[in-house]
Design a binder for this molecule. Structure first.
Ligand code: SAM
Length: 232
């Protein structure tokens, strides 16, 4: 499996990487959670975004996945690869063709070949990364030219498991930090989405809000090798 080594440009300080619960993340995720982490309005918005942005026949990687991927049911992709921290959740995910378990705060190297993926999804996951720079560099390596990374999140988290850079910041800071980390590794300036969603059910008809929707979408340029050199 061809794997180049990507240089990593540090953005976060050691303090920003610290989290309240410093125990091995694998312990926190040892028991499966067959729950939805985001409300129906958020999930509908996310699925619509995937329908619009990810071409059928793409190779999709759902990084930090669970028993659900939020991909549109009617679309078939070439392959959907899943990653997470709980084997039973990933086994129960009907969209995954294959999956692996890996603690990304212990090891950031992804077991995937260079330029082998068209779309990387990360839903409510970035907020738990202590070394997001190394992950962003790996994503630049595994994503094909013109492929994309879609990082989506809302305004909640398992507080004790999120590093300080996330717990100390607001929604706008979260969008900015994801963009900053990606760009420091060579990704072009990403597109940012920040939207309200309607609360599910009758409350939404009267203006109540659901989980706010945030996404950072970065597209790998054509003609750039994973090591940053031009192919032209
Ligand atoms: C809030 S859940 C979101 C799961 C899924 N993306 C979804 O939309 O329902 C956060 C996920 O991040 C993953 N995760 C958290 N910490 C991790 C770590 N250190 N290494 C790898 N994955 C981690 C876990 O597998 C967990 O399922």
């Amino acid at each position: 499996m061809p794997q180049t080594v990507q240089p990593v440009m540090e953005v976060l300080s050691p303090a920003e990487r610290r989290k309240l619960d410093g125990d091995d993340d694998a312990l926190f995720y040892a028991e499966p959670r067959f729950v939805q982490h985001l409300d129906a309005a958020f999930r509908a918005r996310l699925t619509a975004l995937y329908r619009e942005r990810i071409p059928p026949c793409a190779v999709v990687l759902d990084l930090m996945s669970s028993w659900v991927c939020h991909l549109p049911e009617e679309v078939s992709y070439q392959e959907v690869i899943g990653h997470g921290l709980n084997e039973r959740e990933l086994q129960a995910n009907p969209r995954l063709d294959r999956h692996w378990v890996q603690n990304l705060n212990a090891d950031q190297r992804l077991p995937l070949a260079d330029a082998s993926v068209d779309a990387v999804l990360m839903v409510a996951g970035w907020q738990y990364l202590q070394y997001p720079e190394a992950i962003a560099a790996e994503l630049l390596r595994v994503v094909r030219p013109r492929g994309q990374v879609i990082v989506a999140f809302s305004n909640r988290m398992f507080f004790q498991k999120a590093p300080q850079v996330w717990t100390d910041g607001g929604d706008r800071d979260h969008l900015a930090t994801v963009a900053r980390v990606l760009m420091a590794q060579g990704w072009p300036r990403p597109e940012l989405i920040a939207e309200d969603t309607p609360a599910p059910g009758p409350l939404g008809w009267f203006g109540a809000k659901g989980d706010p929707f945030f996404a950072v979408i970065a597209t790998r340029p054509d003609g750039t090798r994973p090591d940053g050199a031009s192919q032209g």
